[in-house]
Design a protein around this ligand. Structure first.
Ligand code: IPM
Ligand code: MG
Length: 373
């Protein structure tokens, strides 16, 4: 029997291609794993009205972790229009399966390293090496949203906050509300993980990014918790920045940052920005980590227009597989894989179109696998 059971979730579009590439390197590393395919993605939404069928959730419960490719997702109305005829008008609502997985499996920590590998022609600067800790289940992704605004919600909010009165004239039908809910536990967890990581990897600062001057309650809470947690790590400095300023600082001095902590939505935005500094989404790997389960996914989407052309960069997916190996405790294999990726980038002989070359993703993966054998 293999050592690990890994759920294999290619999903949509180029997700399938880059997973093929991941498989090439995992096989070259001789990871002792069974890869069990699971149904997830747009096809299942269209045919069954559920992009993450229950059978897939059941399957994941029998595995150690999941490797995930990419998913097509569309806004509510557009998604509903693409349902099979017999599913139309049943009130089915599309939810992003990756967001659902994060909630269902309590994958509270989204880890997004952004590292400039030397020789990558797309590096904005060569000395960038930062890691984003994105809170992954709370904030604006908590799913507490309303439209129209229910009367009882309105009443409670008005009683709590007379400033809401100005919205009354709009009419409840005309008010849409999405909430940002944060808990002390959620804040403590993400901050502790970030500081622990900084301590273990010898990094000197942790930067909390939020907007407490405007979002005073949620922003205030995470800020207070950050100061409490920081006290337990005397060797590591706590820096703070507002999200808007941070976008500027990251473009100006990205090399100054070590570990960045942000709530869900701000972390989402920052991680795309930071990814672009080290080559773009073709290099952006990520891990959704819970207490006893994890789902690993490249940050890029399913890029339907490129599907079938084998042209999208597989490195994000391959570095994602590296994160999975780390999480499984296979650190020797993880290190070897990262070195192989770094070597191929440095040598500059093979690369996908985004890197100014014209190899297929299978060729890039093949070159990386070649270094592992
Ligand atoms: C990401 C993506 C997702 C998110 C989308 C696809 C729901 O942008 O993982 O960064 O917003 O978290
Ligand atoms: Mg995103």
């Amino acid at each position: 029997m293999s050592r690990y059971r890994i759920a294999w979730l290619p999903g949509d579009g180029v997700g399938q291609e880059v997973m093929e590439c991941a498989r090439l390197v995992l096989d070259a590393l001789e990871v002792e794993a069974d890869y069990i395919p699971g149904d997830i993605g747009w096809e299942f939404w269209k045919q069954e009205g559920d992009a993450l069928p229950q059978r897939t959730i059941d399957l994941l419960h029998t595995t150690d972790c999941a490797l995930f490719g990419a998913i097509t997702s569309k806004p509510k109305e557009e998604a509903a229009r693409e349902l099979a005829p017999e599913l139309q008008d049943k009130g089915l609502v599309y939810f992003s399966p990756i967001v659902r997985l994060r909630q269902l499996f309590r994958l509270h920590t989204n880890l997004r390293p952004c590292k400039a590998y030397p020789g990558n022609p797309l590096n904005y600067k060569d000395n960038i090496d930062l890691v984003i800790f994105r809170e992954n289940t709370e904030g604006m992704y908590g799913g507490v949203e309303f439209h129209p605004l229910p009367q009882e919600v309105y009443d409670v909010l008005v009683k709590h906050n007379p400033k809401m009165k100005k919205f009354e004239s709009a009419g409840l039908d005309n008010i849409a509300m999405s909430t940002r809910i944060m808990t002390r536990q959620g804040c403590e967890n993400i901050l502790t993980r970030a500081f622990e990581f900084a301590r273990k990897t010898g990094r000197k600062s942790v930067t909390l990014v939020d907007k407490p001057n405007v979002l005073r309650e949620t922003g205030g809470l995470i800020r207070r918790v950050a100061k409490e947690v920081a006290r337990k790590y005397p060797g590591i400095e706590l820096w703070e920045s507002n999200i808007d300023a941070m976008c500027m600082w990251l473009v100006k001095n990205p090399e100054k940052y070590d570990v960045i902590v942000a709530e869900n939505m701000f972390g989402d935005i920052l991680s795309d920005l930071a990814a672009q500094l080290v080559g773009g989404l073709g290099f952006a790997c990520s891990a959704n980590i819970g207490d006893d389960y994890a789902v690993f996914e490249p940050t890029h989407g399913s890029a339907p227009k490129y599907f079938g052309q084998h042209k999208v960069n597989p490195i994000a997916m391959i570095l994602t597989a590296k994160m999975m190996l780390d999480w499984l405790g296979e650190t020797e294999k993880a290190d070897r894989l990262e070195r192989a990726v770094a070597d191929v980038i440095r040598e500059g002989q093979v690369g996908t179109y985004d890197m100014g070359m014209n190899n297929t993703n299978l060729e890039v993966a093949g070159a990386i696998a070649g270094k592992l054998r």
